[in-house]
Design a binder for this molecule. Structure first.
Ligand SMILES: O=P(O)(O)OC[C@H]1O[C@H](O[C@H]2O[C@H](CO)[C@@H](O)[C@H](O)[C@H]2O)[C@H](O)[C@@H](O)[C@@H]1O
Ligand SMILES: O=c1ccn([C@@H]2O[C@H](COP(=O)(O)OP(=O)(O)O)[C@@H](O)[C@H]2O)c(=O)[nH]1
Length: 461
């Protein structure tokens, strides 16, 4: 069997807990398969030379970690400037937040070339290479230019927007052409795949070959949707451990007279946090019976704080929470408990289980693993209800949640009220259907089906 080489910007020791869906999912995948995990070390070297970086190789159980340092100039242009200042907002349909600067694109290309050079030195001819996410779209093209003949797959963890939005990126042709250096490109949803298909047909006169192959630029790439999942059993085991049980008990005790709602998100404008808070205010306004009983626990995990748009969203969120607590709260009850910190993963199952309703209401999200974790953590005899944005990738698979349009404040408030009032039988039915689906399409299904398809593209070739 081929060795698996996973490449992503963010990596984490798979033996330790991680925040952020990609690190969590890849850690769980690699713990099983073993192999190499190559990525940025998380270290930024002040005064380092652009295009250079030290590589640190270490062993973490069955996984070899290969971690690359980046100099401050490269990191700023590649991660903050291009990946999170252009690709993240545009791919989340937020052209208004994108800042196009040619220097950032230069840094993005330089870091992808550096990744390619350092990775080439570690590769064996039979390795199966799996590259992840928007930070590294051109990596396969750089590797090919250096003579790499291995099978290379790519998975995009974030949405792919419609052609007209993608085309606003000044270098969109170059970026999308780079996808044709892969053997297989995976998306989170059928909607993303459709956008890819429209784009390559309209902008690159691509032809479809067979069911899921696209031919353009003298290359053929296979493209398919592989919705990412979680390790349901592992998450449920985590829920039985001491820390999760303690969290459950203390939360239940502390809020014994309340109905709890939970939100767990990175503090990111794509997560729709201000919209959610406004819908919660509307709930208190329209359905006053919830005053003094409903409490929203909102975890907002710090993220990308050096990008301006993230500082803006933090200010907006904090001012909204403050104004609702000021308007509605009293000595006995505060409507919102807002935490600007990362909650340890081992505590999350207990927190989710203590809550009657989860609010997962992004304006746009690749998948959203929190939605799946909330379902996995519930007591099957008395489950909580998931209120889920129709614009999260998870909505394609999780139709038994209460699907909402987060831009519709009134409709979202109505759905929250429905969730709080839902009879036990209906909760159990919806939960059982959701649990069955996240079990069937778990993280191991995701990994297996992607890698089998990539392997098959090898035998076809
Ligand atoms: O690495 P950061 O800049 O700190 O950001 C954390 C990760 O955020 C994004 O996660 C996405 O992947 C999840 C798993 O597939 C998916 O459920 C979620 O909808 C996505 O937003 C990003 O794509 C990762 O690269 C980041 O590491
Ligand atoms: O305080 C926090 C916030 C998030 N997470 C984890 O980070 C991941 C977030 O993934 P998701 O797909 O929901 O969104 P992303 O942050 O990747 O966009 C989930 O596994 C969460 O359990 C965590 O452990 N602690």
């Amino acid at each position: 069997m081929s060795r698996l080489v996973v490449v992503s910007n963010r990596l984490a020791d798979p033996r330790k807990p991680a925040a952020g869906g990609l690190a969590v999912a890849l850690g769980e995948t690699l713990k099983r398969t073993g192999g190499v995990w190559f990525g940025w070390s998380g270290k930024v070297v002040e005064d380092g030379t652009p295009g250079e970086g030290a590589l640190h190789v270490s062993q973490a159980g069955s996984v070899t970690l290969a971690e690359l340092d980046l100099c401050a100039e490269d990191h700023d242009a590649y991660y903050r400037g291009y990946a999170n200042g252009v690709l993240w907002p545009v791919f989340h349909y937020r052209l208004d937040l994108a800042h196009f600067e040619s220097g950032h694109l230069g840094g993005y290309r330089r870091v992808n070339q550096l990744f390619a050079r350092k990775l080439m030195a570690l590769l064996k001819p039979d390795d199966l290479i799996w590259i992840h996410d928007y930070h590294l779209i051109p990596l396969a093209a750089e590797l090919r230019a250096m003579g790499c003949g291995n099978r290379i797959g790519f998975f995009l963890h974030i949405p792919l927007p419609p052609q007209q939005i993608l085309a606003a990126i000044p270098s969109h042709e170059w970026l999308m052409r780079a996808l044709f250096a892969y053997d297989l490109v995976g998306f989170q949803t059928e909607a993303d795949l459709l956008h890819f298909s429209h784009y390559v047909k309209a902008e690159a006169t691509a032809e479809t070959v067979g069911v899921s192959q696209f031919r353009a630029f003298n290359s053929t790439v296979q493209a398919k949707a592989f919705p990412i999942g979680i390790d349901v059993e592992d998450f449920q085991r985590l829920g039985c451990a001491r820390e999760a049980r303690e969290t459950f008990e203390t939360t239940r005790k502390e809020y014994s007279r309340r109905r709890l709602l939970i939100g767990v998100d990175r503090l990111d404008y794509s997560k729709g946090l201000p919209h959610r808070i406004r819908a919660f205010r509307e709930l208190l306004q329209q359905y006053p019976e919830n005053r003094h009983s409903a409490t929203l626990l909102q975890v907002a995990s710090p993220s990308r704080e050096d990008v301006d748009a993230y500082a803006d969203i933090q200010r907006e969120l904090e001012s909204l929470c403050g104004s609702i607590n000021g308007d509605y709260g009293d000595f006995e009850w505060m409507p919102i408990r807002y935490m600007h910190r990362t909650v340890a993963r081992k505590r999350l199952p207990g927190l989710y289980r203590a809550c009657a309703v989860a609010l997962v209401t992004p304006l746009r999200d690749g998948m959203n693993l929190v939605a799946k974790e909330f379902v996995a953590a519930q007591d099957e005899e008395d489950p909580g209800v998931l209120v889920l944005s129709r614009f999260a990738g998870a909505a394609e698979q999780m139709k038994e949640a209460l699907l909402v349009n987060p831009y519709d404040t009134h409709g979202t408030a109505q759905a929250i009220q429905h969730a709080l009032q839902m009879p036990l039988e209906e909760r159990k039915e919806r939960h059982a259907a959701l649990l069955a689906r996240i079990r069937e399409f778990d993280v191991h299904w995701w990994c297996r089906s992607f890698l089998q398809t990539l392997e098959q593209s090898r035998s076809e070739a």
